[in-house]
Design a protein around this ligand. Structure first.
Ligand code: HAM
Length: 430
Protein backbone atom coordinates (compact mmCIF):
# COMPACT_ATOMS: atom_id res chain seq x y z
CA UNK A 1 0.00 0.00 0.00
CA UNK A 2 1.22 3.46 -0.79
CA UNK A 3 0.70 6.49 1.38
CA UNK A 4 1.50 10.14 0.84
CA UNK A 5 4.95 11.23 1.95
CA UNK A 6 5.09 12.70 5.46
CA UNK A 7 3.98 16.32 5.39
CA UNK A 8 2.15 15.99 2.04
CA UNK A 9 -1.61 15.86 1.60
CA UNK A 10 -4.15 14.23 -0.66
CA UNK A 11 -7.03 16.55 -1.37
CA UNK A 12 -10.31 14.63 -1.48
CA UNK A 13 -13.26 16.61 -2.91
CA UNK A 14 -14.18 17.97 0.56
CA UNK A 15 -10.59 19.09 1.12
CA UNK A 16 -10.49 20.67 -2.33
CA UNK A 17 -13.75 22.50 -1.65
CA UNK A 18 -12.23 23.88 1.58
CA UNK A 19 -9.01 24.83 -0.21
CA UNK A 20 -10.96 26.56 -2.97
CA UNK A 21 -13.01 28.43 -0.40
CA UNK A 22 -9.78 29.76 1.18
CA UNK A 23 -8.26 30.61 -2.21
CA UNK A 24 -11.42 32.43 -3.33
CA UNK A 25 -11.34 34.65 -0.24
CA UNK A 26 -7.62 35.29 -0.79
CA UNK A 27 -8.22 36.23 -4.40
CA UNK A 28 -11.22 38.37 -3.60
CA UNK A 29 -9.36 40.39 -0.94
CA UNK A 30 -6.33 40.91 -3.18
CA UNK A 31 -8.36 42.11 -6.14
CA UNK A 32 -10.39 44.36 -3.86
CA UNK A 33 -7.08 46.00 -2.92
CA UNK A 34 -6.03 46.40 -6.57
CA UNK A 35 -3.46 43.56 -6.76
CA UNK A 36 -2.91 41.58 -9.98
CA UNK A 37 -2.23 37.84 -10.09
CA UNK A 38 1.06 36.30 -11.32
CA UNK A 39 2.74 32.89 -11.10
CA UNK A 40 6.25 31.44 -11.44
CA UNK A 41 7.81 27.97 -11.87
CA UNK A 42 7.67 25.47 -9.01
CA UNK A 43 11.20 24.32 -9.84
CA UNK A 44 13.98 26.89 -9.78
CA UNK A 45 17.75 26.93 -9.91
CA UNK A 46 18.91 26.08 -6.39
CA UNK A 47 21.16 29.11 -6.30
CA UNK A 48 18.19 31.48 -6.37
CA UNK A 49 17.36 30.31 -2.85
CA UNK A 50 20.81 29.56 -1.45
CA UNK A 51 21.84 33.10 -2.32
CA UNK A 52 18.69 34.92 -1.29
CA UNK A 53 16.50 33.17 1.26
CA UNK A 54 18.66 32.67 4.35
CA UNK A 55 20.11 29.71 6.15
CA UNK A 56 17.00 28.25 7.74
CA UNK A 57 15.05 27.88 4.51
CA UNK A 58 18.09 26.63 2.65
CA UNK A 59 18.46 23.80 5.16
CA UNK A 60 14.86 22.85 4.33
CA UNK A 61 15.15 22.78 0.55
CA UNK A 62 13.80 19.92 -1.51
CA UNK A 63 16.69 19.95 -3.94
CA UNK A 64 18.28 17.61 -6.45
CA UNK A 65 20.30 17.57 -9.65
CA UNK A 66 18.27 17.53 -12.84
CA UNK A 67 19.23 15.23 -15.71
CA UNK A 68 21.59 17.87 -17.04
CA UNK A 69 23.48 17.95 -13.72
CA UNK A 70 22.06 21.34 -12.67
CA UNK A 71 21.28 21.83 -8.98
CA UNK A 72 17.57 22.68 -8.75
CA UNK A 73 15.10 23.15 -5.90
CA UNK A 74 11.33 23.08 -5.41
CA UNK A 75 10.41 26.58 -4.33
CA UNK A 76 10.19 27.00 -0.53
CA UNK A 77 8.85 30.54 -0.95
CA UNK A 78 7.82 32.89 -3.72
CA UNK A 79 9.81 36.02 -2.96
CA UNK A 80 13.09 35.27 -4.83
CA UNK A 81 11.22 34.19 -8.00
CA UNK A 82 8.99 37.24 -7.77
CA UNK A 83 11.97 39.56 -7.30
CA UNK A 84 13.55 38.05 -10.41
CA UNK A 85 10.34 38.52 -12.43
CA UNK A 86 9.83 42.11 -11.35
CA UNK A 87 13.53 42.92 -11.67
CA UNK A 88 13.62 41.64 -15.26
CA UNK A 89 10.84 44.05 -16.31
CA UNK A 90 11.43 46.82 -13.79
CA UNK A 91 11.87 49.50 -16.43
CA UNK A 92 8.56 48.86 -18.18
CA UNK A 93 6.20 48.01 -15.33
CA UNK A 94 3.91 50.81 -14.11
CA UNK A 95 4.47 51.65 -10.44
CA UNK A 96 3.52 50.90 -7.85
CA UNK A 97 3.53 47.27 -8.87
CA UNK A 98 0.97 45.38 -6.75
CA UNK A 99 0.99 41.66 -7.44
CA UNK A 100 -0.33 38.55 -5.72
CA UNK A 101 -0.09 34.79 -6.18
CA UNK A 102 -1.54 31.63 -4.71
CA UNK A 103 0.88 28.75 -5.09
CA UNK A 104 2.28 25.55 -3.64
CA UNK A 105 5.54 25.63 -1.64
CA UNK A 106 7.83 22.88 -0.37
CA UNK A 107 9.93 22.90 2.78
CA UNK A 108 11.57 19.89 4.38
CA UNK A 109 10.40 20.82 7.90
CA UNK A 110 9.42 18.51 10.71
CA UNK A 111 5.69 18.07 10.11
CA UNK A 112 3.76 19.43 13.10
CA UNK A 113 0.56 21.32 13.87
CA UNK A 114 0.35 24.16 11.35
CA UNK A 115 3.50 23.11 9.48
CA UNK A 116 3.78 20.61 6.63
CA UNK A 117 6.28 19.88 3.88
CA UNK A 118 3.96 20.94 1.09
CA UNK A 119 1.58 23.84 1.64
CA UNK A 120 -0.02 26.72 -0.20
CA UNK A 121 0.87 30.34 0.26
CA UNK A 122 -0.87 33.51 -0.73
CA UNK A 123 1.76 36.19 -1.41
CA UNK A 124 1.09 39.89 -1.94
CA UNK A 125 3.88 42.36 -2.63
CA UNK A 126 4.25 46.00 -3.61
CA UNK A 127 7.26 47.27 -5.57
CA UNK A 128 8.38 50.77 -6.35
CA UNK A 129 7.16 52.60 -3.25
CA UNK A 130 9.39 53.22 -0.27
CA UNK A 131 6.93 55.09 1.92
CA UNK A 132 5.22 53.48 4.87
CA UNK A 133 1.95 53.78 2.93
CA UNK A 134 3.05 50.60 1.18
CA UNK A 135 3.92 48.86 4.48
CA UNK A 136 0.52 49.93 5.84
CA UNK A 137 -1.25 48.69 2.69
CA UNK A 138 0.31 45.23 3.06
CA UNK A 139 -0.62 45.02 6.75
CA UNK A 140 -4.15 46.24 5.97
CA UNK A 141 -4.55 43.58 3.32
CA UNK A 142 -3.49 40.89 5.80
CA UNK A 143 -6.05 42.12 8.31
CA UNK A 144 -8.79 42.55 5.70
CA UNK A 145 -8.19 39.04 4.40
CA UNK A 146 -8.43 37.38 7.80
CA UNK A 147 -11.53 39.40 8.63
CA UNK A 148 -13.09 38.27 5.35
CA UNK A 149 -13.16 34.76 6.85
CA UNK A 150 -15.14 36.04 9.84
CA UNK A 151 -12.12 36.27 12.16
CA UNK A 152 -12.10 39.19 14.57
CA UNK A 153 -9.74 41.14 16.79
CA UNK A 154 -10.32 38.43 19.41
CA UNK A 155 -8.86 35.83 17.08
CA UNK A 156 -5.61 37.26 15.73
CA UNK A 157 -3.07 40.04 16.06
CA UNK A 158 -0.35 41.50 13.89
CA UNK A 159 2.98 41.69 15.72
CA UNK A 160 4.97 44.52 14.24
CA UNK A 161 8.69 44.97 14.59
CA UNK A 162 11.57 46.65 12.82
CA UNK A 163 14.71 45.07 11.40
CA UNK A 164 16.27 48.50 10.96
CA UNK A 165 15.97 49.32 14.63
CA UNK A 166 17.46 45.94 15.49
CA UNK A 167 20.30 46.52 13.04
CA UNK A 168 21.00 49.97 14.53
CA UNK A 169 20.99 48.39 17.99
CA UNK A 170 23.46 45.67 16.97
CA UNK A 171 25.76 48.17 15.24
CA UNK A 172 25.70 50.41 18.31
CA UNK A 173 27.41 47.56 20.18
CA UNK A 174 30.36 47.61 17.80
CA UNK A 175 29.47 44.41 16.05
CA UNK A 176 31.10 44.09 12.63
CA UNK A 177 28.78 44.49 9.63
CA UNK A 178 29.39 40.88 8.56
CA UNK A 179 28.17 39.58 11.91
CA UNK A 180 24.89 41.55 11.93
CA UNK A 181 22.88 38.83 10.09
CA UNK A 182 24.11 36.18 12.54
CA UNK A 183 23.08 38.28 15.56
CA UNK A 184 19.67 38.86 13.93
CA UNK A 185 19.36 35.11 13.53
CA UNK A 186 20.12 34.58 17.21
CA UNK A 187 17.48 37.16 18.15
CA UNK A 188 14.97 35.52 15.79
CA UNK A 189 15.46 32.17 17.55
CA UNK A 190 15.14 33.51 21.09
CA UNK A 191 11.51 32.43 21.57
CA UNK A 192 12.24 28.91 20.41
CA UNK A 193 15.48 28.33 22.29
CA UNK A 194 16.73 28.08 25.87
CA UNK A 195 17.90 31.53 27.03
CA UNK A 196 21.23 30.04 28.14
CA UNK A 197 21.81 28.93 24.53
CA UNK A 198 21.04 32.45 23.29
CA UNK A 199 23.55 33.94 25.71
CA UNK A 200 26.14 31.37 24.72
CA UNK A 201 25.68 32.18 21.01
CA UNK A 202 25.87 35.92 21.69
CA UNK A 203 29.03 35.54 23.75
CA UNK A 204 30.62 33.61 20.95
CA UNK A 205 29.99 36.25 18.33
CA UNK A 206 29.81 39.50 20.33
CA UNK A 207 32.70 38.67 22.68
CA UNK A 208 32.73 40.96 25.75
CA UNK A 209 29.51 42.68 24.64
CA UNK A 210 27.52 39.44 24.67
CA UNK A 211 26.07 39.78 28.18
CA UNK A 212 25.12 43.46 27.66
CA UNK A 213 23.39 42.70 24.37
CA UNK A 214 21.61 39.76 25.99
CA UNK A 215 20.31 41.92 28.88
CA UNK A 216 19.13 44.66 26.50
CA UNK A 217 17.53 42.06 24.29
CA UNK A 218 15.43 40.71 27.12
CA UNK A 219 14.26 44.22 27.96
CA UNK A 220 13.50 45.26 24.36
CA UNK A 221 11.37 42.14 23.92
CA UNK A 222 9.03 43.34 26.67
CA UNK A 223 8.48 46.78 25.09
CA UNK A 224 5.13 47.30 23.35
CA UNK A 225 4.84 51.05 22.82
CA UNK A 226 6.56 53.77 20.83
CA UNK A 227 7.11 55.84 23.99
CA UNK A 228 8.83 53.00 25.81
CA UNK A 229 11.10 52.17 22.90
CA UNK A 230 11.94 55.86 22.58
CA UNK A 231 12.82 55.97 26.28
CA UNK A 232 14.91 52.83 26.01
CA UNK A 233 17.02 54.09 23.12
CA UNK A 234 17.49 57.55 24.69
CA UNK A 235 20.42 55.98 26.56
CA UNK A 236 22.15 55.49 23.22
CA UNK A 237 23.06 58.89 21.86
CA UNK A 238 22.24 58.36 18.24
CA UNK A 239 19.93 60.40 15.99
CA UNK A 240 19.35 57.44 13.71
CA UNK A 241 17.32 55.76 16.47
CA UNK A 242 15.11 58.81 16.96
CA UNK A 243 14.48 59.13 13.21
CA UNK A 244 13.61 55.49 12.87
CA UNK A 245 11.26 55.55 15.85
CA UNK A 246 9.49 58.53 14.22
CA UNK A 247 9.00 56.39 11.11
CA UNK A 248 7.56 53.61 13.23
CA UNK A 249 5.19 56.10 14.87
CA UNK A 250 4.15 57.31 11.41
CA UNK A 251 3.39 53.79 10.24
CA UNK A 252 1.29 53.19 13.36
CA UNK A 253 -0.54 56.47 12.77
CA UNK A 254 -1.38 55.32 9.23
CA UNK A 255 -2.67 52.01 10.51
CA UNK A 256 -4.75 53.90 13.09
CA UNK A 257 -6.19 56.15 10.39
CA UNK A 258 -7.54 53.03 8.69
CA UNK A 259 -9.29 52.07 11.92
CA UNK A 260 -7.48 48.78 12.49
CA UNK A 261 -4.95 49.66 15.18
CA UNK A 262 -6.58 47.22 17.63
CA UNK A 263 -5.22 44.44 15.48
CA UNK A 264 -1.61 45.62 15.66
CA UNK A 265 0.88 45.41 18.54
CA UNK A 266 4.52 46.36 18.67
CA UNK A 267 6.55 43.26 19.37
CA UNK A 268 10.30 43.39 18.93
CA UNK A 269 10.70 39.68 19.41
CA UNK A 270 9.74 39.42 15.72
CA UNK A 271 12.86 39.48 13.57
CA UNK A 272 11.89 37.04 10.76
CA UNK A 273 14.05 34.12 9.72
CA UNK A 274 14.51 35.20 6.12
CA UNK A 275 17.71 37.05 5.28
CA UNK A 276 16.42 39.70 2.88
CA UNK A 277 14.30 41.93 5.15
CA UNK A 278 15.53 45.48 5.61
CA UNK A 279 12.78 47.41 7.41
CA UNK A 280 9.46 46.92 9.19
CA UNK A 281 8.62 43.26 9.60
CA UNK A 282 5.55 41.57 11.01
CA UNK A 283 3.96 38.25 11.75
CA UNK A 284 0.32 37.48 12.31
CA UNK A 285 -0.52 35.13 15.16
CA UNK A 286 -3.59 33.59 16.61
CA UNK A 287 -4.41 35.64 19.74
CA UNK A 288 -4.26 32.56 21.93
CA UNK A 289 -0.63 32.28 20.87
CA UNK A 290 -1.23 28.55 20.49
CA UNK A 291 -0.08 27.90 16.98
CA UNK A 292 2.77 28.85 14.66
CA UNK A 293 2.49 32.14 12.74
CA UNK A 294 -0.44 32.46 10.37
CA UNK A 295 1.41 34.93 8.15
CA UNK A 296 4.61 36.92 7.92
CA UNK A 297 6.25 39.59 5.86
CA UNK A 298 7.98 42.91 5.72
CA UNK A 299 10.09 45.28 3.69
CA UNK A 300 12.99 44.04 1.57
CA UNK A 301 14.38 46.99 -0.35
CA UNK A 302 17.71 45.40 -1.41
CA UNK A 303 16.69 42.08 -2.85
CA UNK A 304 16.05 43.08 -6.45
CA UNK A 305 19.31 44.99 -6.62
CA UNK A 306 21.17 42.04 -5.11
CA UNK A 307 19.74 39.85 -7.87
CA UNK A 308 21.49 42.16 -10.33
CA UNK A 309 18.54 44.32 -11.37
CA UNK A 310 17.39 47.87 -10.65
CA UNK A 311 17.17 49.40 -7.20
CA UNK A 312 13.48 48.83 -6.47
CA UNK A 313 11.97 49.06 -2.98
CA UNK A 314 9.67 46.21 -2.01
CA UNK A 315 7.34 45.11 0.75
CA UNK A 316 5.08 42.10 1.03
CA UNK A 317 3.74 39.21 3.04
CA UNK A 318 2.62 35.62 2.75
CA UNK A 319 -0.05 33.62 4.50
CA UNK A 320 -0.21 29.82 4.43
CA UNK A 321 -3.26 27.60 4.16
CA UNK A 322 -2.37 25.15 6.96
CA UNK A 323 -2.42 27.18 10.19
CA UNK A 324 -5.26 29.32 8.80
CA UNK A 325 -7.28 26.22 7.87
CA UNK A 326 -6.81 24.82 11.40
CA UNK A 327 -7.91 28.11 12.93
CA UNK A 328 -11.03 28.38 10.76
CA UNK A 329 -12.04 24.80 11.49
CA UNK A 330 -11.34 25.24 15.21
CA UNK A 331 -13.46 28.38 15.33
CA UNK A 332 -16.24 26.64 13.40
CA UNK A 333 -16.67 29.46 10.94
CA UNK A 334 -16.41 27.54 7.69
CA UNK A 335 -19.63 27.82 5.68
CA UNK A 336 -21.24 24.63 4.41
CA UNK A 337 -19.26 23.79 1.27
CA UNK A 338 -21.60 21.43 -0.51
CA UNK A 339 -21.65 20.48 -4.14
CA UNK A 340 -23.31 23.37 -5.88
CA UNK A 341 -25.97 21.58 -7.96
CA UNK A 342 -28.78 23.82 -9.11
CA UNK A 343 -30.95 21.30 -10.97
CA UNK A 344 -31.24 17.55 -10.55
CA UNK A 345 -33.13 16.07 -13.47
CA UNK A 346 -35.49 13.20 -12.58
CA UNK A 347 -36.80 11.02 -15.40
CA UNK A 348 -38.40 7.68 -16.34
CA UNK A 349 -37.70 5.37 -19.27
CA UNK A 350 -40.47 7.10 -21.20
CA UNK A 351 -39.24 10.65 -20.59
CA UNK A 352 -35.50 9.96 -20.65
CA UNK A 353 -34.79 11.43 -24.10
CA UNK A 354 -36.70 14.62 -23.38
CA UNK A 355 -35.21 14.98 -19.88
CA UNK A 356 -31.60 14.40 -20.83
CA UNK A 357 -31.89 16.77 -23.78
CA UNK A 358 -33.19 19.35 -21.33
CA UNK A 359 -30.29 18.60 -18.96
CA UNK A 360 -27.91 19.38 -21.82
CA UNK A 361 -29.71 22.66 -22.53
CA UNK A 362 -29.40 23.64 -18.84
CA UNK A 363 -25.69 22.78 -18.79
CA UNK A 364 -25.13 24.77 -21.98
CA UNK A 365 -26.56 27.72 -20.11
CA UNK A 366 -23.98 27.15 -17.35
CA UNK A 367 -26.60 25.93 -14.89
CA UNK A 368 -25.07 23.21 -12.68
CA UNK A 369 -27.12 20.16 -13.54
CA UNK A 370 -26.85 16.51 -12.64
CA UNK A 371 -28.95 13.38 -12.97
CA UNK A 372 -28.88 9.72 -12.02
CA UNK A 373 -26.63 7.61 -14.26
CA UNK A 374 -28.75 4.50 -13.76
CA UNK A 375 -32.41 3.76 -14.30
CA UNK A 376 -33.99 4.29 -10.88
CA UNK A 377 -37.35 4.93 -9.31
CA UNK A 378 -38.49 8.54 -8.84
CA UNK A 379 -38.09 8.26 -5.08
CA UNK A 380 -34.52 6.98 -5.40
CA UNK A 381 -33.68 9.82 -7.81
CA UNK A 382 -35.18 12.37 -5.41
CA UNK A 383 -33.06 10.91 -2.61
CA UNK A 384 -29.99 11.44 -4.79
CA UNK A 385 -31.08 14.99 -5.50
CA UNK A 386 -31.17 15.59 -1.73
CA UNK A 387 -27.77 13.91 -1.28
CA UNK A 388 -26.06 16.26 -3.73
CA UNK A 389 -27.84 19.22 -2.14
CA UNK A 390 -29.62 20.18 -5.34
CA UNK A 391 -31.68 23.33 -5.17
CA UNK A 392 -34.38 22.01 -7.50
CA UNK A 393 -35.46 18.60 -8.71
CA UNK A 394 -36.79 18.88 -12.28
CA UNK A 395 -39.21 16.02 -12.55
CA UNK A 396 -40.09 14.78 -16.03
CA UNK A 397 -43.31 12.85 -15.30
CA UNK A 398 -45.08 11.12 -18.15
CA UNK A 399 -48.38 12.98 -17.73
CA UNK A 400 -46.82 16.46 -17.67
CA UNK A 401 -44.45 15.62 -20.52
CA UNK A 402 -47.42 14.84 -22.83
CA UNK A 403 -48.47 18.50 -22.64
CA UNK A 404 -44.92 19.92 -22.75
CA UNK A 405 -44.73 20.53 -19.01
CA UNK A 406 -42.36 19.60 -16.18
CA UNK A 407 -42.55 19.68 -12.38
CA UNK A 408 -40.09 21.88 -10.51
CA UNK A 409 -39.63 20.83 -6.89
CA UNK A 410 -37.89 23.20 -4.52
CA UNK A 411 -35.74 20.83 -2.45
CA UNK A 412 -35.64 23.12 0.57
CA UNK A 413 -39.43 23.08 0.99
CA UNK A 414 -42.37 21.01 -0.10
CA UNK A 415 -43.31 23.49 -2.80
CA UNK A 416 -43.70 22.13 -6.28
CA UNK A 417 -44.88 23.91 -9.42
CA UNK A 418 -45.68 22.77 -12.92
CA UNK A 419 -44.15 24.87 -15.71
CA UNK A 420 -43.87 24.73 -19.47
CA UNK A 421 -40.60 23.10 -20.44
CA UNK A 422 -39.73 26.14 -22.55
CA UNK A 423 -40.02 28.35 -19.45
CA UNK A 424 -37.96 26.11 -17.17
CA UNK A 425 -34.94 28.43 -16.88
CA UNK A 426 -37.20 31.35 -16.07
CA UNK A 427 -38.91 29.28 -13.36
CA UNK A 428 -35.71 28.26 -11.56
CA UNK A 429 -34.40 31.81 -11.49
CA UNK A 430 -37.60 33.47 -10.28
P1 HAM B 1 7.37 32.81 5.91
O1 HAM B 1 7.19 33.44 7.25
O2 HAM B 1 8.48 31.86 5.74
O3 HAM B 1 7.51 34.02 4.89
O4 HAM B 1 6.03 32.09 5.50
C1 HAM B 1 4.81 32.78 5.51
C2 HAM B 1 3.69 31.87 5.96
O5 HAM B 1 3.70 30.67 5.20
C3 HAM B 1 3.83 31.38 7.41
O6 HAM B 1 3.38 32.34 8.33
C4 HAM B 1 2.95 30.15 7.37
O7 HAM B 1 1.57 30.47 7.41
C5 HAM B 1 3.24 29.59 5.99
N1 HAM B 1 4.25 28.53 6.10
C6 HAM B 1 5.59 28.65 6.09
N2 HAM B 1 6.16 27.45 6.22
C7 HAM B 1 5.16 26.54 6.30
C8 HAM B 1 5.09 25.12 6.42
N3 HAM B 1 6.18 24.36 6.47
N4 HAM B 1 3.87 24.55 6.49
C9 HAM B 1 2.75 25.29 6.42
N5 HAM B 1 2.74 26.62 6.28
C10 HAM B 1 3.93 27.25 6.23
C11 HAM B 1 7.79 33.87 3.56
O8 HAM B 1 7.70 32.84 2.97
C12 HAM B 1 8.09 35.18 2.86
N6 HAM B 1 8.55 34.85 1.50
C13 HAM B 1 6.89 36.06 2.89
C14 HAM B 1 7.05 37.36 2.14
C15 HAM B 1 6.44 37.70 0.98
N7 HAM B 1 7.83 38.35 2.51
C16 HAM B 1 7.73 39.33 1.62
N8 HAM B 1 6.89 38.94 0.68
Amino acid sequence: MFQTLAGFRDFYPDDCAFRNFIFERFRQSATTFGFEEYDAPILESMELFTAKSGEEIVSQLFSFEDKGGRPVAMRPEMTPSLARMVGARASTLKRPIKWFSISEMFRYERPQKGRLRSFYQFNADIFGNESSYADAEIILLGIHMLRSFGLTVEDFSVRLSDRQLWTLFIRSHNIGEDDVPEVLRIIDKIEREELSKTLESLNKICKSNGQKIFDDLLEIRTIHSVNDIRAFFKKIENDAFARRIDELAQLLARIKAFGVSDFVTIDFSIVRGLAYYTGFVFEIFERSGQSRALAGGGRYDDLIKRLGYADLPAVGFAIGDVALGNLLKGRNIVPKLSKNIHCFVVYSTQTETLALRQATILREQKINTDYCLDQATFSKQLKMAAQVNAKYAIIFGEEEAKTGHVKVKDMSSTSEIVVEIDRLVEAIYR
